[in-house]
Design a protein around this ligand. Structure first.
Ligand SMILES: [Zn+2]
Length: 83
């Protein structure tokens, strides 16, 4: 389980923090959705189940940042390499 409580961050801490970059050098990310479908056989409802997954996509190269997929739910071909 992930801890959803965000630690308290001060502005001064953010000024000194580095900006995370994509492997391509991109620094701006868009929030987007990938939708995975759980097959009827695996689904708890016995019907195919669409599950949206929120991801961060590099505005420059269009690949998903591995930062936004810590549980490795998505295939490598749509993600940029780990930085
Ligand atoms: Zn990129």
């Amino acid at each position: 389980m992930q801890n959803n409580q965000k630690p308290q961050i001060s502005a001064a801490q953010l000024v000194d923090a580095k900006i995370m970059e994509c492997r391509c050098g991109g620094r701006i990310f868009d929030s987007k959705l990938v939708i995975k479908q759980i097959s009827a056989i695996m689904s708890p409802t016995s019907n195919p189940l669409d599950v949206p997954i929120q991801v961060l996509v590099c505005s420059n190269c269009g690949k998903i940042s591995p930062m936004s997929d810590p549980e490795n739910l998505l295939p490598a071909d749509i993600k940029s390499e780990k930085i």
